[in-house]
Every structure is written in structure tokens, then in C-alpha cells.
Design a protein around this ligand. Structure first.
Ligand code: BDR
Ligand code: CA
Length: 330
């Protein structure tokens, strides 16, 4: 049997982060070492509390949640538009369960400690702004060659942004942090808008969640009813799905850079793929650009619904086939 992926999930819940957490908690392939939180979709106080609420929802208060950076590296992030995640980050829904307490250790120190304790074995799944990860690398540069890999949701390599014409949200919030990670020489897998915008929520998926009867799937259904009308894409779960079904994704090696300037390009992704554009540089990232979206949704619904069988009428059923160009990083 393949060894379990030992991951730290770094997040800013957020509805799609919440679904990613629930998925990670439900997957036997994943050994979740802890959840680290950052300011992003909401301020840190909200995102950290939301991670606790999600763990409580499925009675997993045993999973430690660590608060990390309260602001991006270079200063506060001021939103210029309302959040698609409601006032509290989880669409203002009342969720069952009594949240536990935050761990006392700072998220950055937790990441450093875990990587040093298991060199080459810990992978970081990053689904928010990269502030915690960049700070960990700056504080303890010796961890970079010891991190197994970073699988992240962020950026827009070959498509427009979602938070500015050029920038995806996570990169826009902290582009300096993202660039520190890009230039770290850690094996990177990027699931940006190129692929996550293909994983769209449709009515049959929401119905399947709502009808499944599991507490997590029903909460997901309720959150998606509120969130899906604002952003119909399941961005963050893609990063977790990559660990359990990498054969459903495909992409290419590229050299990825994140710009901080000029202001109108802040947070934009520059992805060089061809020899001509690489100009002698080596690729630093596997950029995922395509996926079997219907199969991924099916995996998500099935994992969140226990053993139930579903007859989703979205794109028909069928077994998943590996695509050419599928990544071999996991
Ligand atoms: C990313 O931005 C956030 O709103 C989501 O949680 C996701 O991580 C998508 O651009
Ligand atoms: Ca997120």
C-alpha cells in the first residue's frame, strides 16, 4: 500500500477551504499533521476560528489548529470588494459541534518543527495566501530542502485573474510571500485558476451533498447554496484532491514568477513554458492546467458521503482514465 501523505494544511477558511479541510479529514490516504491558518478570505481571528468550527463539525477536535500570520508580509491587505464567503467566512451558517481551542504554538513554528522532525516527509498543502510558508522559509531557511513538496491553490498562469484583471486572490493578497515560495527550490505543484475554474458546482452536486445524510456533506450543501451563486468554482478542494487522485489532473513544467509591481500587475503570475521563454532557467513548478472535472466532483461527493452510491447526472459516469501529461510529483 502506498504510504500516507503527511501534510500540513495551510488555509484561510473560507467556504472552499472548509470543504478542503473536510475532505482531508475524510481521506485515509492523508495523515493530517495539523491545520495552520492565515489572514486571507477573512482576518486571522475568523479563519482560525472557522478551522476549529469545521473540525468540531465532524467531531475532530483532536486535530490541532495553529494561528499564523495576521497580515501579509508587506502590510495590511485591504479588500476592495465584499467577500463571497459571508461575514464570518462560512456563509454565516450555524454549524453543530463545540469548537476546541487553538494550539499555543505559532503556525510558522509548527511548520518548521514538523519539517525538521521528519526531513523529506512533510508536504504542505497551501490553499490561502502564502504568508506562513514564506515566513517559515525566511525564519528557518534550512527547512526548504527538507520539505517533500508544496501543493498549492494560487495564481493564474494562462488565464485572467479573479481579483484583478491579472491576479488570482491568494497571490494578490501576498505576492511577496508567493514569490519567496516560487524561488525556494522546493518541489511545487500549482493548482491555479487555469484548472480550478473548471471544477464547477452544479445543482446535482449540491443535491447529492444535501441528500447524503452525513453531517459534513449536509454542511457542504448548505454552504454551497450560499457560496456557489457568487463563485461557482471549487478552488481549494482541488489541492487536496491532487493528493488522492493525481491521475485526474494534467499540466506542464514551467518557470513561475509572481509579480509585485507595477501596481496594476500586483499578484500576477508569469509562467514560462517554452525554451524560448525559459531563457536558460529551469522550471520551478508543475503547473496544473486541466482535469477530469466530473470525475473529481464524483470523488469529492463520494468521499464526503461515506459509502453511498450516487447517480449524478452531470457528464455521465465512467471510470477515470489517466491523461497524458499527468503529473508524477506525488
Ligand atoms: C482562492 O481565493 C479564495 O477566495 C479561495 O478560498 C481560494 O483559496 C481562489 O482564488
Ligand atoms: Ca482559500
Amino acid at each position: 500500500m502506498q504510504a500516507r501523505h503527511r501534510i500540513i494544511l495551510d488555509c484561510d477558511p473560507g467556504v472552499d477551504d472548509a470543504i478542503a479541510i473536510l475532505l482531508a479529514l475524510a481521506c485515509p490516504e492523508i495523515d493530517l499533521l495539523g491545520i495552520t491558518c492565515v489572514t486571507g478570505n477573512k482576518d486571522l481571528s475568523f479563519t482560525a476560528n472557522n478551522a476549529l468550527r469545521i473540525c468540531a463539525l465532524v467531531a475532530r477536535q483532536d486535530v490541532s489548529v495553529y494561528a499564523g500570520c495576521a497580515r501579509p508580509l508587506m502590510g495590511p491587505y485591504v479588500r476592495k470588494w465584499p467577500s463571497v464567503h459571508g461575514t464570518d467566512g462560512l456563509c454565516d451558517l450555524e454549524l453543530p459541534g463545540t469548537p476546541g481551542h487553538l494550539a499555543e504554538e505559532h503556525a510558522v513554528d509548527f511548520i518548521i518543527r514538523q519539517v525538521l522532525a521528519a526531513p523529506g516527509q512533510v508536504s504542505l498543502c497551501v490553499i490561502g495566501p502564502m504568508t506562513n510558508i514564506a515566513l517559515a522559509i525566511v525564519k528557518a531557511p534550512q527547512i526548504a530542502p527538507l520539505i517533500h513538496s508544496i501543493v498549492f491553490m494560487g495564481g493564474a498562469a494562462f488565464c485572467p485573474g479573479n481579483s484583478s484583471p491579472l491576479a488570482e486572490f491568494n497571490f494578490l493578497v501576498d505576492p511577496e510571500a508567493a514569490e519567496i515560495v516560487m524561488s525556494s527550490c522546493i518541489p511545487l505543484v500549482m493548482l491555479g485558476l487555469d484548472v480550478t475554474q473548471k471544477v464547477r458546482i452544479r445543482e446535482p452536486h449540491i443535491n447529492a451533498f444535501e441528500q447524503s445524510g452525513t453531517v459534513s456533506a449536509m454542511a457542504i450543501g448548505a454552504m454551497l447554496r450560499a457560496y456557489g451563486s457568487n463563485d461557482p468554482c471549487l478552488h481549494d478542494p482541488c489541492a487536496v484532491l491532487y493528493y488522492i487522485a493525481p491521475e485526474l489532473f494534467s499540466g506542464m513544467e514551467a518557470h513561475v514568477q509572481v509579480l509585485s509591481n507595477p501596481p496594476e500587475a500586483r499578484g500576477s503570475t508569469v509562467a514560462a513554458v517554452s525554451e524560448r521563454h525559459l531563457g536558460g532557467r529551469s522550471p520551478n513548478c508543475f503547473v496544473v492546467t486541466d482535469c477530469e472535472a466530473d470525475d473529481l466532483m464524483r470523488v469529492l461527493v463520494d468521499r464526503m458521503s461515506g459509502e453511498m452510491n450516487h447517480a449524478l447526472e452531470v457528464g455521465g459516469r465512467g471510470t477515470s482514465k489517466p491523461k497524458s501529461g499527468s503529473p508524477q510529483r506525488m
